[in-house]
Design a protein around this ligand. Structure first.
Ligand code: MN3
Length: 203
């Protein structure tokens, strides 16, 4: 097997009450695991691709053989995005960021509350299935970017710092159609120290 499902970086109940244990079991153990299985199936006959880092596969899809390209974008993206999402969250987290990312959020969005409002508005308004990303672009400037399906910000030259999964499977069991409520709960479990580390690495 080329790629494996990484374990969650915390217990399945660590994000309660904001994301319930049952959702975590299905989202990680079924959805995330299925992306891993389908990625491996897609590149079964391509041992050279199995040896490469996932970032390289999804970061430069133009270099992939055409017959597997869309499958790697979809399932490889699904693998990478979910791993990044789990690492973007933590129990007893949330609050406000510190350090360079705090300064950059203020510079790019006016103030922290304005960033939260713009990010939440983007996530609420994303049509269909996709992800809302906070990324660093040129010169470390921060931008909010909605991407559909499992498309990767790595493929368009952005450096992701934080993300929320707004596919219905991310919240429907607990929140049903109330996506804004799920997005509101997200702020209580954002792992800002992880986002700070990621931004420091970009700079
Ligand atoms: Mn998902």
């Amino acid at each position: 097997m080329a790629f494996e499902l990484p374990p969650l970086p915390y217990d399945h109940n660590a994000l309660e009450p904001h994301i319930e244990e049952a959702t975590m079991h299905i989202h990680h153990g079924k959805h995330h695991a299925t992306y891993v299985a389908k990625l491996n199936a897609a590149i079964e006959d391509h041992p050279n691709l199995q040896q490469k880092p996932l970032e390289e596969l999804i970061g430069n899809p133009g270099a992939l053989p055409e017959e597997v390209r869309q499958a790697v974008i979809n399932h490889g993206g699904g693998v990478w995005n979910h791993t990044f999402f789990w690492e973007s969250l933590a129990g007893n987290a949330g609050g406000t960021p510190n350090g360079k990312i705090a300064e950059a959020l203020t510079k790019s969005f006016g103030n922290f509350d304005s960033f939260k409002e713009q990010f939440a508005t983007a996530a609420v308004s994303l049509f269909g299935s996709g992800w809302t990303w906070l990324c660093a672009g040129d010169g470390g400037k921060l931008i909010i970017k909605n991407l559909p399906n499992q498309d990767s910000p790595l493929a368009i030259g952005l450096k992701p710092l934080l993300v929320i999964d707004v596919w219905e499977h991310a919240y429907y069991l607990q929140y049903q159609n109330r996506r804004p409520e799920f997005i509101g709960a997200f702020w209580n479990i954002v792992n800002w120290s992880k986002a700070e580390q990621r931004y420091a690495a970009v700079l």
